[in-house]
Ligand binder design. Structure first.
Ligand code: NAI
Length: 644
């Protein structure tokens, strides 16, 4: 044995697995565990075993290197069965996370104990599969059908306290886990042992329960949660081994599905993105204290996100009144967190105590990082950076949150331009995961590395983008909208286009999304470009805005809205306004509409790659999935088109 070591504590064997970094369940781990059960059973001096892990976590799940590859023996279900069938009972001692196969191994054990900070869960559906080693069969026997359905179909892990309440854990220990687990095992040996999980009875649920659960599971948009639910349902109606065979079959079927491949693609892209290989070994600069310029929509969100990550914030606005408004905006973000039960009132007060407002730039003399989020006007932004150049430390990072302006123009004349960078957050900035990081040709490598380190600290998905209008995301959005308008011009109904994209997996189609956000934002940006002398073609959106139709806020945009109702209604007024421009009566199936629009996104993505604006196709996919609602289970436009 090279990964497992055994220490004797009286009649208890403490079996420690050490397979860094996360004790993933590799082929070798499965083999050694399988054999270890026999060795312990054969030792007359032993009466029980505690399974514990070295390093930062319990078995955190399958080995990602084996993802998508044909399974190799011994298969995990056999290992779990072997542990459960042991003559000497096993106790799983959990710290960190027991996820997926890791939790299935824990369910093979006769008991499960964990430290308070541990999490347990079956996240397989997030990778487009279902648990493959009894997760859908043992969990309902261990915790009841309802808890099993929630755990398996949502894929969301539970805290130790919640898991204990649900019956997934027998005990939560405070203090040292190993001695706590050994003490637990010793005590358990003094009483009757509970039945192995696979032998426990299963409750039957009424049909209404399954109907409700199906409705919830279908909201995910892809098939894995529904198939997981079916597998649990099957388990309630059949014997253990029949249910196991059914689960395995479903697992293997889904493993080869397009959705699982897409979800794996996004999973791997997400793992790689926050730590680009090119920045390896480059030390980021500190960002303990942060100045945020502008306390509007974006500034308040950025301040809230940075404060939540523990940074000290100074919010700069134009005058005392605007300062108060800006602080109020930040306060509202934390109010929302209190309302949702995420933080307490004291937590809110503690956070707000770390956000200071001022209209005096001199307050920024010592901060590590400044993020500018003032009006999208080059003159205003330049004036801000001129001021920052005067008052800030020469090594303080200076960042702009501009959406469309050229960061090089914003930074013109700035002393020490190597510390300047674009950090493009998405609205609402305290929620949206995407962060486009836009270096200029002057940006120093450690400043770029700091952008990524900040992204990680804020729990965001940082993606590097080059300089062009709209960077990666907004540039693709523009092309997507243009393609959608192109279809309208050929006679495809606006509502059909939206429905096609909803069918594809977006929460909203391109036109209803514009109605929600307001058509005027992109209009003003185009008008700005026109005013600057650039040639920008008139869009259908421009026609609507000029007619006063800015979206839901004006009771109409691409659709009409009845008062107090957000349901889009096809609009006769829009047909009239656009009427003479529409020159066809194209009738496309929805799948083809989606194919064309996703194809346009991918074509723009390819141009972005060719120009070096994006570093890799998967970065473009991450931008779309995390910033623009592209369905994760389609993998992003680059993946979707390459796979089709
Ligand atoms: P906003 O209008 O809500 O807020 C701008 C704030 O900046 C106002 O509170 C204003 O008083 C303040 N301000 C203006 N000049 C100032 C100065 N000289 N010193 C200090 N404060 C000043 O605008 P929003 O939406 O927050 O946008 C800000 C920036 O973020 C823009 O560059 C915009 O393009 C960018 N952005 C906006 C997104 C959005 O969805 N709203 C998304 C991503 C970026």
């Amino acid at each position: 044995m090279t990964l497992l070591t055994v220490r004797r504590d009286g009649e208890i064997a403490v079996v420690t697995l050490d397979n860094p970094p996360v004790n993933a369940i590799s082929e070798a781990v499965r083999k050694e565990l399988f054999e270890m059960v026999g060795q312990i059973d054969a030792d007359p001096g032993l009466r029980a075993a505690v399974l514990i892990c070295a390093g930062r976590t319990f078995l955190a799940g399958a080995d990602v290197r084996e993802f998508g590859k044909p399974p190799v023996e011994p298969h995990l279900p056999d290992v779990v069965d072997r542990i459960e069938a042991a003559e000497k009972p096993w106790v799983a001692a959990i710290h960190g996370a027991a996820l997926g196969g890791g939790f299935e191994i824990a369910m093979g054990c006769r008991f499960r104990v964990a430290v308070e900070s541990a999490r347990v869960g079956l996240p397989e559906v997030t990778l487009g599969v279902i648990p493959g080693a009894s997760g859908t069969v043992r969990t309902p026997r261990l915790a009841g059908v309802e808890a099993a359905v929630e755990l398996v179909t949502s894929g969301r892990p539970l805290s130790a306290a919640k898991a204990q309440k649900a019956g997934l854990l027998d005990a939560v220990v405070s203090g040292d886990l190993e001695s706590g687990a050994v003490a637990f095992a010793r005590k358990a040996l003094g009483a009757d042992l509970p039945m192995p999980v696979s032998k426990r009875p299963l409750e039957q649920m009424p049909e209404e329960f399954w109907q409700g659960a199906r409705k919830t599971a279908s909201k995910a948009g892809h098939q894995a949660p529904l198939r997981a639910l079916d597998s649990i349902c099957f388990a309630t109606e059949h014997g253990f081994s029949e249910a196991m065979a059914h689960e395995r079959e479903t697992f293997l079927d889904l493993r080869g599905s397009d959705e699982a491949a897409a979800l794996r693609h996004v999973f791997f892209a997400e793992r790689a993105a926050p730590k680009p290989a090119a920045l390896k070994g480059i030390e980021p600069r500190p960002f303990k204290s942060v100045g945020v310029i502008g306390g509007g929509t974006m500034g308040a969100g950025i301040a809230g996100a940075c404060r939540e990550a523990g940074m000290e914030i100074i919010l700069i606005e134009r005058d005392a009144e605007a300062v108060a408004r800006g602080l109020d905006n930040v306060g509202k973000i934390f109010d929302g967190a209190v309302k949702r039960g995420k933080i307490s009132e004291e937590g809110r007060a503690e956070r707000m105590a770390g956000v200071r407002g001022s209209s005096d730039y001199a307050e920024l003399a010592q901060v590590d990082l400044v993020i500018e989020a003032v009006f999208e006007e080059i003159g205003v932004k330049r004036a801000v950076f001129a001021e920052l150049g005067r008052v800030c430390r020469s090594d303080a990072l200076l960042a702009t949150n501009t959406s469309y302006l050229d960061p090089r123009a914003i930074a013109e004349g700035l002393p020490n331009p190597e510390r300047f960078i674009g950090l493009h957050f998405f609205s609402p900035a305290h929620i949206m995961k995407l962060l486009e990081i836009v270096p200029t040709p002057d940006t120093a490598p450690d400043v770029l590395a700091t952008g990524f380190a900040l992204g990680r600290a804020l729990n965001k998905m940082p993606v590097q983008a080059g300089i062009c209008e709209g960077f990666i995301g907004n540039r693709i959005l523009k092309r997507y909208r243009a393609e959608a308008e192109g279809l309208v011009l050929q006679g495809v109904a606006i509502s059909e286009i939206d429905a096609a994209m909803r069918d594809y997996g977006f929460r909203m189609g391109p036109f209803e999304a514009q109605d929600l956000g307001g058509l005027d934002i992109a209009f003003l940006q185009r008008e700005g470009a026109r005013a600057a002398g650039r040639e920008v073609a008139e869009t259908l959106g421009d026609v609507l805005v000029r007619a006063g139709r800015k979206g839901q806020k004006t009771a109409g945009g691409w659709y009409d809205y009845a008062e107090g109702d957000r349901t889009p209604q096809p609009s006769a007024a829009v047909s009239e306004l656009l009427g003479e421009r529409i020159s066809g009566s194209l009738d496309l199936p929805r799948s083809e509409i989606a194919e064309r629009l996703v194809g346009a996104m991918a074509a723009e993505g390819q141009a972005i790659l060719d120009e070096g604006i994006a570093q890799a196709p998967q970065d473009i996919d991450l931008v779309e999935v995390h910033g623009y609602g592209f369905p994760r289970w389609k993998g992003g436009p680059m993946f979707a088109v390459a796979a089709s």
